[in-house]
Design a protein around this ligand. Sequence first.
Ligand SMILES: *[C@@H]1O[C@H](CO)[C@@H](O)[C@H](O)[C@H]1NC(C)=O
Ligand SMILES: *[C@@H]1O[C@H](CO)[C@@H](O)[C@H](O)[C@H]1NC(C)=O
Length: 353
Amino acid sequence: MYIFAFLSLLAVTTAFPQRRGGNRNGGGGQRTTAQQQAAQIPQGVSQAADGSTILDDTVNVNGLPIRFRVSAPADQFMAASGVQGAAATSPNGTMGINVLLHGDGGQSFFDFPNQNVQANTMGVALLAPDPNLFWGGGQGLQRTDGVAHAQAVNDFIQTELPQRVAFNNSQVFFTGVSGGSLLMSGFFIPAQMQNYPNSGVLLNCGGLPPQVDFVNAAQVMPQTTIHFQSTQSELQNLQQSIPQAVTAYEQLAAQQGLNTDQINTLQTVDNTPAGGHCEFDGQDFSSGIQVMANSYSNIVQPGGNGQVTGLGAPSNGQVRTGVVGNENLQFVGGQKRWVVPSDVRRWVVTEDP
Ligand SMILES: *[C@@H]1O[C@H](CO)[C@@H](O)[C@H](O)[C@H]1NC(C)=O
Ligand SMILES: *[C@@H]1O[C@H](CO)[C@@H](O)[C@H](O)[C@H]1NC(C)=O
């Protein structure tokens, strides 16, 4: 009885700071979720760093609210999109797209590091339909809503996006960040990649072996480029799951009859930069991801030379190391707990100066 009372008190006191932190933005008596806080950031039309037009809106897909950002030259938007200057009349466009799935908490959705057109490829970012803004829901390596979220991402690209912007559906590429990389490698690639011929996937600071049956591996494995990017001091549970993912994908390719050279051309891995989770520039979460996004075409698109500008030391900037024989990444230290880095929700509207 006394022990129970003591534990309850402990639970209340430890929960309290979190509740207070949540209340700051929302008012009212309930803790506001990350998703509710994100809803306070206005949607609409704005300008991208390279002068492209960004459309930010939400659409319901399979009962899930999918908030999206599309950054494209104005004339590539479908005339019905409402974007000023929209001129496309057919969804069959000439430009590719690079779809980004953010990490836990949604920072990269709001940073939108892939917003500039790169190699004739436009940027798209999607916000996880989850109270915590975790792609795949759940937490840590357990992404309990992975199947539904991967399906929603696919259905958004197949049915909703073409109503808003013209793109070439044979040039659809993907970028994962942390939890977004878990959804991509654990669920999306095995279940949905058959719909994206000749695609490339940049998996930043996260990886999981396939968690669901692999659909049509015979078609997907020989034509999908996958790059795993980590750092020396990655989160400890990712130090386990990223090498497991590298090994699983390599084996899938080998099972489809690909030889070592073919696998090493399609599947590459690097964790040379010294730094913590996603700190690819050796400095910081957001700036590290920006460095990778700035070079995604070099990394996973046809003709890319694998060179990334701005990686942290001692990297030499070349990240396309074939996976065969390099599955066993070497790590140093790294945080134990799966943490949402403290700076990961800089986008939150606070009353602090
Ligand atoms: C777009 O291309 C597909 C084939 O990829 C074709 O089936 C469809 O009719 C085209 N749509 C339009 C509006 O041109
Ligand atoms: C779409 O992309 C494919 C693959 O790169 C290419 O063969 C095709 O010509 C492109 N279509 C258009 C309309 O640009």
